[in-house]
Write a protein that binds this ligand. Sequence first.
Ligand SMILES: Nc1ncnc2c1ncn2[C@@H]1O[C@H](COP(=O)(O)OP(=O)(O)OP(=O)(O)O)[C@@H](O)[C@H]1O
Length: 457
Amino acid sequence: MTERLEADEAERNGCRILLVDDDPGLLRLISLRLESNGYLVDTAESGEAALGRVAAQAPDAVITDLRMEGMDGMALFRQLRERDPALPVVILTAHGTIPDAVAATREGAFGFLTKPFDSAELLETIAEATGRNRAGAGRSASWRESIVTRSHAMETLLSELEMVAESDASVLLIGESGTGKEVIARAIHDASPRRNGPFVAINCASVPAELLESELFGYRKGAFTGADSDRDGLFVTAAGGTLLLDEIGDMPAAFQAKLLRALQEKRVRPVGAAEEVATDVRVVSATHRDLERAIRDGDFREDLFYRLNVVQFDVPALRDRPEDIVPLAEHFLADIQKDRLKADRIQGFSRDALRVLLGHDWPGNVRQLANVVEQACVLCRKGPVPANLVQRALRRDPTGVQPLAEARDAFERDYLVRIMRMAGGNVSEAARLAGRNRTEFYRLLGRHQLEPGDFKD
Ligand SMILES: Nc1ncnc2c1ncn2[C@@H]1O[C@H](COP(=O)(O)OP(=O)(O)OP(=O)(O)O)[C@@H](O)[C@H]1O
Protein backbone atom coordinates (compact mmCIF):
# COMPACT_ATOMS: atom_id res chain seq x y z
CA MET A 1 0.00 0.00 0.00
CA THR A 2 2.76 2.43 1.02
CA GLU A 3 4.65 1.47 -2.14
CA ARG A 4 1.56 2.20 -4.23
CA LEU A 5 1.19 5.62 -2.59
CA GLU A 6 4.85 6.39 -3.14
CA ALA A 7 4.56 5.36 -6.77
CA ASP A 8 1.51 7.60 -7.18
CA GLU A 9 3.42 10.46 -5.59
CA ALA A 10 6.39 9.91 -7.88
CA GLU A 11 4.07 9.85 -10.90
CA ARG A 12 2.58 13.15 -9.91
CA ASN A 13 5.91 14.76 -9.19
CA GLY A 14 7.02 16.90 -12.04
CA CYS A 15 3.46 17.26 -13.38
CA ARG A 16 2.90 20.88 -14.18
CA ILE A 17 -0.52 22.41 -13.64
CA LEU A 18 -1.58 25.86 -14.79
CA LEU A 19 -4.30 27.30 -12.60
CA VAL A 20 -6.39 30.20 -13.94
CA ASP A 21 -8.78 32.21 -11.74
CA ASP A 22 -9.38 35.90 -11.15
CA ASP A 23 -9.95 35.24 -7.45
CA PRO A 24 -6.49 35.35 -5.80
CA GLY A 25 -7.83 33.68 -2.63
CA LEU A 26 -9.02 30.62 -4.54
CA LEU A 27 -5.81 30.53 -6.58
CA ARG A 28 -3.80 30.34 -3.37
CA LEU A 29 -6.03 27.70 -1.82
CA ILE A 30 -6.00 25.35 -4.81
CA SER A 31 -2.27 25.88 -5.41
CA LEU A 32 -1.51 24.84 -1.83
CA ARG A 33 -3.60 21.69 -2.16
CA LEU A 34 -2.00 20.69 -5.42
CA GLU A 35 1.54 21.53 -4.33
CA SER A 36 1.20 19.56 -1.12
CA ASN A 37 0.32 16.60 -3.36
CA GLY A 38 3.45 16.84 -5.45
CA TYR A 39 2.30 18.99 -8.39
CA LEU A 40 4.20 21.98 -9.77
CA VAL A 41 1.67 24.78 -9.96
CA ASP A 42 1.78 27.92 -12.04
CA THR A 43 -1.00 30.51 -11.78
CA ALA A 44 -2.59 33.17 -13.99
CA GLU A 45 -5.26 35.71 -13.01
CA SER A 46 -6.79 36.05 -16.48
CA GLY A 47 -7.39 34.07 -19.62
CA GLU A 48 -5.05 36.31 -21.60
CA ALA A 49 -2.22 35.79 -19.09
CA ALA A 50 -2.88 32.04 -19.16
CA LEU A 51 -2.29 31.84 -22.91
CA GLY A 52 1.19 33.35 -22.43
CA ARG A 53 1.97 30.92 -19.61
CA VAL A 54 0.91 27.90 -21.65
CA ALA A 55 3.27 28.89 -24.43
CA ALA A 56 6.14 29.38 -21.99
CA GLN A 57 5.58 26.52 -19.53
CA ALA A 58 3.90 23.73 -21.52
CA PRO A 59 1.75 22.53 -18.59
CA ASP A 60 0.43 18.97 -18.39
CA ALA A 61 -3.06 20.23 -17.55
CA VAL A 62 -4.94 23.51 -17.11
CA ILE A 63 -7.59 24.25 -14.49
CA THR A 64 -9.61 27.35 -15.29
CA ASP A 65 -12.51 29.19 -13.74
CA LEU A 66 -15.45 29.67 -16.10
CA ARG A 67 -16.51 33.21 -15.16
CA MET A 68 -13.67 35.71 -15.46
CA GLU A 69 -13.36 39.32 -16.54
CA GLY A 70 -12.10 39.68 -20.13
CA MET A 71 -11.47 36.30 -21.73
CA ASP A 72 -13.67 33.82 -19.84
CA GLY A 73 -12.91 30.16 -19.18
CA MET A 74 -14.84 28.96 -22.22
CA ALA A 75 -12.99 31.30 -24.59
CA LEU A 76 -9.70 30.27 -23.00
CA PHE A 77 -10.58 26.60 -23.38
CA ARG A 78 -11.40 27.09 -27.09
CA GLN A 79 -8.13 28.88 -27.72
CA LEU A 80 -6.18 26.20 -25.89
CA ARG A 81 -7.95 23.46 -27.82
CA GLU A 82 -7.08 25.24 -31.03
CA ARG A 83 -3.38 25.31 -30.07
CA ASP A 84 -3.11 21.89 -28.49
CA PRO A 85 -6.15 19.61 -28.68
CA ALA A 86 -4.48 17.04 -26.42
CA LEU A 87 -3.97 19.40 -23.46
CA PRO A 88 -6.49 18.46 -20.73
CA VAL A 89 -8.52 21.43 -19.51
CA VAL A 90 -10.59 21.18 -16.33
CA ILE A 91 -13.26 23.84 -15.82
CA LEU A 92 -14.20 25.25 -12.42
CA THR A 93 -17.83 26.18 -12.25
CA ALA A 94 -20.30 27.66 -9.82
CA HIS A 95 -23.78 26.22 -9.52
CA GLY A 96 -25.47 28.52 -12.03
CA THR A 97 -22.99 27.83 -14.82
CA ILE A 98 -23.06 24.03 -14.81
CA PRO A 99 -24.78 23.86 -18.25
CA ASP A 100 -21.89 25.86 -19.74
CA ALA A 101 -19.39 23.52 -18.16
CA VAL A 102 -21.27 20.51 -19.51
CA ALA A 103 -21.21 22.13 -22.95
CA ALA A 104 -17.45 22.57 -22.60
CA THR A 105 -16.95 18.86 -21.90
CA ARG A 106 -19.00 18.11 -25.02
CA GLU A 107 -16.53 20.23 -26.95
CA GLY A 108 -13.63 18.26 -25.53
CA ALA A 109 -12.79 19.79 -22.13
CA PHE A 110 -11.48 17.08 -19.81
CA GLY A 111 -14.10 17.67 -17.14
CA PHE A 112 -15.48 20.15 -14.65
CA LEU A 113 -15.55 20.67 -10.91
CA THR A 114 -18.49 22.39 -9.25
CA LYS A 115 -17.69 24.87 -6.49
CA PRO A 116 -17.45 24.26 -3.61
CA PHE A 117 -15.47 21.10 -4.45
CA ASP A 118 -13.67 18.91 -2.02
CA SER A 119 -10.00 18.17 -2.06
CA ALA A 120 -10.36 14.50 -2.91
CA GLU A 121 -12.49 15.29 -5.98
CA LEU A 122 -10.01 17.93 -7.16
CA LEU A 123 -7.04 15.59 -6.74
CA GLU A 124 -8.80 12.69 -8.40
CA THR A 125 -9.77 14.77 -11.44
CA ILE A 126 -6.27 16.19 -11.82
CA ALA A 127 -4.69 12.75 -11.40
CA GLU A 128 -6.92 11.46 -14.20
CA ALA A 129 -6.23 14.48 -16.40
CA THR A 130 -2.46 14.29 -16.08
CA GLY A 131 -2.47 10.51 -16.36
CA ARG A 132 -4.43 10.51 -19.60
CA ASN A 133 -1.82 8.57 -21.54
CA ARG A 134 -1.62 5.98 -18.83
CA ALA A 135 -5.33 5.23 -19.18
CA GLY A 136 -6.12 6.30 -15.64
CA ALA A 137 -3.09 4.54 -14.12
CA GLY A 138 -3.55 3.31 -10.60
CA ARG A 139 -7.30 3.94 -10.66
CA SER A 140 -8.72 1.73 -13.30
CA ALA A 141 -9.81 -1.69 -12.17
CA SER A 142 -8.86 -4.62 -14.37
CA TRP A 143 -12.42 -5.12 -15.68
CA ARG A 144 -12.30 -1.76 -17.42
CA GLU A 145 -8.69 -1.84 -18.52
CA SER A 146 -9.53 -2.15 -22.21
CA ILE A 147 -11.96 0.76 -22.14
CA VAL A 148 -10.38 4.11 -22.89
CA THR A 149 -12.56 7.06 -22.00
CA ARG A 150 -12.59 10.43 -20.37
CA SER A 151 -16.23 11.15 -21.06
CA HIS A 152 -18.63 11.80 -18.20
CA ALA A 153 -21.40 9.92 -19.96
CA MET A 154 -19.20 6.84 -20.34
CA GLU A 155 -17.91 7.11 -16.76
CA THR A 156 -21.51 7.18 -15.51
CA LEU A 157 -22.33 4.19 -17.68
CA LEU A 158 -19.30 2.30 -16.35
CA SER A 159 -20.09 2.99 -12.71
CA GLU A 160 -23.68 1.78 -13.22
CA LEU A 161 -22.34 -1.18 -15.15
CA GLU A 162 -20.10 -2.15 -12.23
CA MET A 163 -23.11 -2.27 -9.91
CA VAL A 164 -25.24 -4.22 -12.35
CA ALA A 165 -22.42 -6.68 -13.09
CA GLU A 166 -22.73 -8.12 -9.57
CA SER A 167 -26.15 -9.61 -10.35
CA ASP A 168 -27.23 -11.95 -13.13
CA ALA A 169 -29.65 -9.34 -14.54
CA SER A 170 -29.97 -9.36 -18.33
CA VAL A 171 -28.46 -6.27 -19.88
CA LEU A 172 -29.40 -4.69 -23.19
CA LEU A 173 -26.81 -2.44 -24.84
CA ILE A 174 -28.13 0.03 -27.38
CA GLY A 175 -25.84 2.09 -29.54
CA GLU A 176 -24.71 2.73 -33.08
CA SER A 177 -22.35 0.37 -34.82
CA GLY A 178 -18.76 0.61 -33.59
CA THR A 179 -19.52 2.48 -30.34
CA GLY A 180 -17.97 -0.28 -28.23
CA LYS A 181 -20.96 -2.42 -27.25
CA GLU A 182 -18.95 -5.62 -27.40
CA VAL A 183 -16.14 -4.09 -25.33
CA ILE A 184 -18.73 -3.07 -22.76
CA ALA A 185 -20.37 -6.51 -22.76
CA ARG A 186 -16.98 -8.01 -22.00
CA ALA A 187 -16.44 -5.47 -19.22
CA ILE A 188 -19.76 -6.58 -17.67
CA HIS A 189 -18.46 -10.13 -17.76
CA ASP A 190 -15.06 -9.17 -16.31
CA ALA A 191 -16.67 -7.15 -13.52
CA SER A 192 -19.09 -9.94 -12.63
CA PRO A 193 -18.72 -12.98 -10.35
CA ARG A 194 -18.73 -15.00 -13.61
CA ARG A 195 -15.40 -13.47 -14.71
CA ASN A 196 -13.55 -16.80 -14.54
CA GLY A 197 -16.12 -18.50 -16.74
CA PRO A 198 -16.31 -18.20 -20.55
CA PHE A 199 -17.39 -15.08 -22.45
CA VAL A 200 -19.08 -16.18 -25.67
CA ALA A 201 -20.40 -13.82 -28.35
CA ILE A 202 -22.63 -14.52 -31.34
CA ASN A 203 -23.70 -12.07 -34.00
CA CYS A 204 -27.34 -12.97 -34.61
CA ALA A 205 -27.37 -11.04 -37.91
CA SER A 206 -24.57 -13.08 -39.44
CA VAL A 207 -25.97 -16.55 -38.72
CA PRO A 208 -28.56 -17.77 -41.24
CA ALA A 209 -32.00 -17.99 -39.60
CA GLU A 210 -32.19 -21.76 -40.06
CA LEU A 211 -28.87 -22.31 -38.27
CA LEU A 212 -29.46 -20.03 -35.31
CA GLU A 213 -31.29 -22.65 -33.26
CA SER A 214 -28.61 -25.31 -33.62
CA GLU A 215 -25.89 -22.73 -33.06
CA LEU A 216 -27.43 -21.53 -29.79
CA PHE A 217 -29.07 -24.70 -28.49
CA GLY A 218 -26.84 -27.38 -30.06
CA TYR A 219 -27.95 -30.55 -31.84
CA ARG A 220 -27.93 -34.29 -31.55
CA LYS A 221 -26.33 -36.70 -33.97
CA GLY A 222 -28.64 -37.39 -36.91
CA ALA A 223 -30.86 -34.35 -36.26
CA PHE A 224 -30.27 -33.20 -39.86
CA THR A 225 -28.03 -34.02 -42.78
CA GLY A 226 -24.45 -33.38 -41.76
CA ALA A 227 -25.10 -33.71 -38.02
CA ASP A 228 -22.75 -36.66 -37.64
CA SER A 229 -22.09 -36.16 -33.93
CA ASP A 230 -23.66 -34.38 -30.96
CA ARG A 231 -22.74 -30.74 -30.61
CA ASP A 232 -23.26 -28.34 -27.73
CA GLY A 233 -24.84 -24.99 -28.45
CA LEU A 234 -23.53 -21.68 -27.17
CA PHE A 235 -25.94 -21.71 -24.21
CA VAL A 236 -24.05 -24.77 -22.99
CA THR A 237 -20.57 -23.62 -24.09
CA ALA A 238 -21.04 -20.40 -22.13
CA ALA A 239 -22.13 -22.22 -18.92
CA GLY A 240 -20.86 -20.41 -15.84
CA GLY A 241 -20.11 -17.35 -17.94
CA THR A 242 -21.71 -14.70 -20.14
CA LEU A 243 -23.40 -15.01 -23.53
CA LEU A 244 -23.48 -11.92 -25.75
CA LEU A 245 -26.31 -11.94 -28.28
CA ASP A 246 -25.09 -9.24 -30.63
CA GLU A 247 -27.43 -7.62 -33.19
CA ILE A 248 -30.40 -9.06 -31.29
CA GLY A 249 -32.67 -6.75 -33.28
CA ASP A 250 -31.97 -8.94 -36.31
CA MET A 251 -33.10 -12.13 -34.64
CA PRO A 252 -35.65 -13.86 -36.89
CA ALA A 253 -39.20 -13.58 -35.59
CA ALA A 254 -39.64 -17.35 -35.78
CA PHE A 255 -36.83 -17.94 -33.31
CA GLN A 256 -37.75 -15.22 -30.82
CA ALA A 257 -40.37 -17.33 -29.01
CA LYS A 258 -37.88 -20.18 -28.58
CA LEU A 259 -35.28 -17.84 -27.20
CA LEU A 260 -37.78 -16.32 -24.77
CA ARG A 261 -38.69 -19.76 -23.51
CA ALA A 262 -35.04 -20.71 -23.06
CA LEU A 263 -34.45 -17.56 -21.02
CA GLN A 264 -37.55 -18.06 -18.89
CA GLU A 265 -37.01 -21.75 -18.21
CA LYS A 266 -33.21 -21.59 -18.12
CA ARG A 267 -33.27 -24.75 -20.23
CA VAL A 268 -32.71 -25.45 -23.93
CA ARG A 269 -33.63 -28.36 -26.12
CA PRO A 270 -30.88 -29.21 -28.63
CA VAL A 271 -32.21 -29.84 -32.14
CA GLY A 272 -33.17 -33.52 -32.41
CA ALA A 273 -32.97 -34.11 -28.64
CA ALA A 274 -35.74 -35.65 -26.56
CA GLU A 275 -34.64 -33.99 -23.32
CA GLU A 276 -33.92 -30.42 -22.37
CA VAL A 277 -30.57 -29.34 -20.95
CA ALA A 278 -30.23 -26.91 -18.02
CA THR A 279 -28.32 -23.70 -18.72
CA ASP A 280 -26.40 -21.31 -16.51
CA VAL A 281 -25.57 -18.15 -18.45
CA ARG A 282 -25.86 -14.43 -17.96
CA VAL A 283 -27.26 -12.92 -21.13
CA VAL A 284 -26.13 -9.57 -22.47
CA SER A 285 -27.66 -8.46 -25.75
CA ALA A 286 -26.76 -5.61 -28.03
CA THR A 287 -28.29 -3.80 -30.97
CA HIS A 288 -28.06 -0.60 -32.98
CA ARG A 289 -31.81 -0.89 -33.71
CA ASP A 290 -34.60 0.92 -31.95
CA LEU A 291 -36.27 -2.16 -30.49
CA GLU A 292 -39.31 -0.30 -29.20
CA ARG A 293 -40.01 0.76 -32.72
CA ALA A 294 -39.40 -2.80 -33.95
CA ILE A 295 -42.03 -3.90 -31.41
CA ARG A 296 -44.49 -1.32 -32.74
CA ASP A 297 -43.78 -2.52 -36.29
CA GLY A 298 -44.38 -6.12 -35.20
CA ASP A 299 -40.79 -7.23 -35.86
CA PHE A 300 -39.76 -7.88 -32.28
CA ARG A 301 -41.64 -9.60 -29.44
CA GLU A 302 -42.45 -7.31 -26.57
CA ASP A 303 -42.17 -10.09 -23.97
CA LEU A 304 -38.69 -10.97 -25.23
CA PHE A 305 -37.72 -7.31 -25.10
CA TYR A 306 -38.68 -7.07 -21.41
CA ARG A 307 -36.85 -10.30 -20.63
CA LEU A 308 -33.64 -9.04 -22.29
CA ASN A 309 -33.98 -5.48 -21.08
CA VAL A 310 -33.89 -5.79 -17.31
CA VAL A 311 -31.21 -3.11 -17.43
CA GLN A 312 -30.56 -0.96 -20.49
CA PHE A 313 -27.43 1.00 -21.27
CA ASP A 314 -27.33 3.50 -24.10
CA VAL A 315 -23.79 3.62 -25.45
CA PRO A 316 -23.18 7.14 -26.76
CA ALA A 317 -21.99 7.74 -30.31
CA LEU A 318 -18.42 9.04 -30.56
CA ARG A 319 -19.64 12.37 -31.96
CA ASP A 320 -21.55 12.87 -28.69
CA ARG A 321 -18.41 12.41 -26.59
CA PRO A 322 -15.70 14.26 -28.51
CA GLU A 323 -13.55 14.31 -25.37
CA ASP A 324 -12.85 10.61 -26.11
CA ILE A 325 -11.48 11.22 -29.61
CA VAL A 326 -7.93 12.22 -28.67
CA PRO A 327 -7.37 9.63 -25.91
CA LEU A 328 -8.76 6.89 -28.15
CA ALA A 329 -6.60 7.98 -31.10
CA GLU A 330 -3.53 8.01 -28.83
CA HIS A 331 -4.49 4.58 -27.51
CA PHE A 332 -4.82 3.07 -30.99
CA LEU A 333 -1.54 4.67 -32.04
CA ALA A 334 0.21 3.22 -28.97
CA ASP A 335 -1.29 -0.17 -29.81
CA ILE A 336 0.02 -0.05 -33.37
CA GLN A 337 3.43 1.09 -32.13
CA LYS A 338 3.71 -1.97 -29.91
CA ASP A 339 4.13 -4.24 -32.89
CA ARG A 340 5.50 -2.12 -35.69
CA LEU A 341 9.13 -1.76 -36.63
CA LYS A 342 8.85 1.91 -37.32
CA ALA A 343 7.12 2.36 -33.99
CA ASP A 344 9.64 4.76 -32.47
CA ARG A 345 9.83 6.82 -35.62
CA ILE A 346 6.20 7.91 -35.32
CA GLN A 347 5.67 10.41 -32.54
CA GLY A 348 2.04 11.08 -31.78
CA PHE A 349 -0.18 13.30 -33.92
CA SER A 350 0.52 16.80 -35.12
CA ARG A 351 -1.78 19.48 -33.72
CA ASP A 352 -3.41 19.86 -37.12
CA ALA A 353 -3.98 16.12 -37.31
CA LEU A 354 -5.71 16.20 -33.92
CA ARG A 355 -7.82 19.09 -35.14
CA VAL A 356 -8.93 17.03 -38.15
CA LEU A 357 -9.78 14.10 -35.88
CA LEU A 358 -11.75 16.36 -33.55
CA GLY A 359 -13.59 18.00 -36.42
CA HIS A 360 -14.86 14.73 -37.91
CA ASP A 361 -18.35 13.36 -37.35
CA TRP A 362 -17.37 9.64 -37.00
CA PRO A 363 -20.44 7.88 -38.40
CA GLY A 364 -18.55 4.59 -37.90
CA ASN A 365 -17.69 5.57 -34.30
CA VAL A 366 -14.73 4.08 -32.42
CA ARG A 367 -14.19 1.33 -34.97
CA GLN A 368 -13.81 3.93 -37.72
CA LEU A 369 -11.39 5.96 -35.59
CA ALA A 370 -9.24 2.85 -35.01
CA ASN A 371 -9.14 2.17 -38.77
CA VAL A 372 -8.31 5.74 -39.66
CA VAL A 373 -5.46 5.84 -37.14
CA GLU A 374 -4.14 2.56 -38.48
CA GLN A 375 -4.25 3.72 -42.11
CA ALA A 376 -2.67 7.07 -41.32
CA CYS A 377 0.16 5.25 -39.50
CA VAL A 378 0.81 2.89 -42.39
CA LEU A 379 1.49 5.88 -44.59
CA CYS A 380 3.49 7.84 -42.01
CA ARG A 381 7.28 7.64 -42.27
CA LYS A 382 8.42 9.48 -39.17
CA GLY A 383 7.64 12.29 -36.76
CA PRO A 384 4.12 13.20 -35.67
CA VAL A 385 1.34 11.86 -37.94
CA PRO A 386 0.46 14.87 -40.15
CA ALA A 387 -3.05 16.17 -40.88
CA ASN A 388 -2.94 15.29 -44.58
CA LEU A 389 -2.46 11.57 -43.83
CA VAL A 390 -5.41 11.61 -41.46
CA GLN A 391 -7.51 13.36 -44.11
CA ARG A 392 -6.44 10.82 -46.69
CA ALA A 393 -7.28 7.92 -44.39
CA LEU A 394 -10.68 9.48 -43.71
CA ARG A 395 -11.41 9.76 -47.42
CA ARG A 396 -10.56 6.10 -48.02
CA ASP A 397 -12.08 4.61 -44.91
CA PRO A 398 -14.88 2.20 -45.73
CA THR A 399 -16.07 1.86 -42.12
CA GLY A 400 -17.40 5.39 -42.31
CA VAL A 401 -20.15 3.83 -44.34
CA GLN A 402 -23.16 3.24 -42.11
CA PRO A 403 -25.01 -0.06 -42.16
CA LEU A 404 -27.97 0.12 -44.58
CA ALA A 405 -30.62 0.17 -41.83
CA GLU A 406 -28.95 3.10 -40.06
CA ALA A 407 -28.37 5.01 -43.30
CA ARG A 408 -32.01 4.53 -44.25
CA ASP A 409 -33.13 5.77 -40.83
CA ALA A 410 -30.89 8.82 -41.06
CA PHE A 411 -32.13 9.60 -44.55
CA GLU A 412 -35.77 9.21 -43.52
CA ARG A 413 -35.30 11.55 -40.56
CA ASP A 414 -33.50 14.20 -42.62
CA TYR A 415 -36.17 13.96 -45.26
CA LEU A 416 -38.97 14.41 -42.72
CA VAL A 417 -37.21 17.38 -41.14
CA ARG A 418 -36.76 19.02 -44.55
CA ILE A 419 -40.32 18.49 -45.56
CA MET A 420 -41.74 19.64 -42.21
CA ARG A 421 -39.66 22.81 -42.50
CA MET A 422 -40.99 23.39 -46.02
CA ALA A 423 -44.55 22.92 -44.77
CA GLY A 424 -43.95 25.19 -41.77
CA GLY A 425 -45.03 22.45 -39.39
CA ASN A 426 -48.37 21.77 -41.13
CA VAL A 427 -48.70 17.98 -41.10
CA SER A 428 -51.42 17.76 -43.77
CA GLU A 429 -49.31 19.84 -46.13
CA ALA A 430 -46.15 17.85 -45.34
CA ALA A 431 -48.01 14.56 -45.84
CA ARG A 432 -49.29 15.81 -49.20
CA LEU A 433 -45.75 16.77 -50.29
CA ALA A 434 -44.47 13.34 -49.29
CA GLY A 435 -47.35 11.57 -51.05
CA ARG A 436 -48.53 9.88 -47.83
CA ASN A 437 -51.75 10.05 -45.87
CA ARG A 438 -51.86 12.03 -42.61
CA THR A 439 -52.08 9.04 -40.28
CA GLU A 440 -49.14 7.37 -41.87
CA PHE A 441 -47.18 10.61 -41.82
CA TYR A 442 -47.89 11.10 -38.11
CA ARG A 443 -46.57 7.59 -37.48
CA LEU A 444 -43.37 8.41 -39.36
CA LEU A 445 -42.91 11.60 -37.31
CA GLY A 446 -43.49 9.65 -34.10
CA ARG A 447 -40.96 7.03 -35.10
CA HIS A 448 -38.30 9.73 -35.34
CA GLN A 449 -39.54 11.62 -32.29
CA LEU A 450 -40.30 14.73 -34.37
CA GLU A 451 -42.87 17.18 -32.98
CA PRO A 452 -44.88 19.18 -35.56
CA GLY A 453 -44.93 22.14 -33.09
CA ASP A 454 -41.14 22.44 -33.35
CA PHE A 455 -41.46 23.37 -37.03
CA LYS A 456 -43.98 26.16 -36.62
CA ASP A 457 -42.61 29.72 -36.68
N1 LIG B 1 -13.80 2.82 -25.21
C1 LIG B 1 -13.02 2.05 -25.97
N2 LIG B 1 -11.72 1.92 -25.67
C2 LIG B 1 -10.90 1.19 -26.47
N3 LIG B 1 -11.30 0.56 -27.59
C3 LIG B 1 -12.59 0.66 -27.93
C4 LIG B 1 -13.52 1.41 -27.14
N4 LIG B 1 -14.74 1.35 -27.73
C5 LIG B 1 -14.58 0.59 -28.82
N5 LIG B 1 -13.31 0.16 -28.96
C6 LIG B 1 -12.77 -0.64 -30.08
O1 LIG B 1 -13.50 -0.25 -31.25
C7 LIG B 1 -13.85 -1.38 -32.02
C8 LIG B 1 -15.37 -1.49 -32.14
O2 LIG B 1 -15.92 -1.79 -30.87
P1 LIG B 1 -17.07 -2.90 -30.66
O3 LIG B 1 -16.88 -4.07 -31.58
O4 LIG B 1 -17.17 -3.19 -29.20
O5 LIG B 1 -18.32 -2.02 -31.16
P2 LIG B 1 -19.83 -2.49 -31.32
O6 LIG B 1 -20.66 -1.35 -30.82
O7 LIG B 1 -20.03 -3.82 -30.67
O8 LIG B 1 -19.98 -2.59 -32.88
P3 LIG B 1 -21.10 -3.40 -33.75
O9 LIG B 1 -22.43 -2.84 -33.36
O10 LIG B 1 -20.75 -3.08 -35.15
O11 LIG B 1 -20.94 -4.85 -33.38
C9 LIG B 1 -13.21 -2.58 -31.34
O12 LIG B 1 -11.97 -2.83 -31.94
C10 LIG B 1 -13.02 -2.12 -29.92
O13 LIG B 1 -11.93 -2.77 -29.32
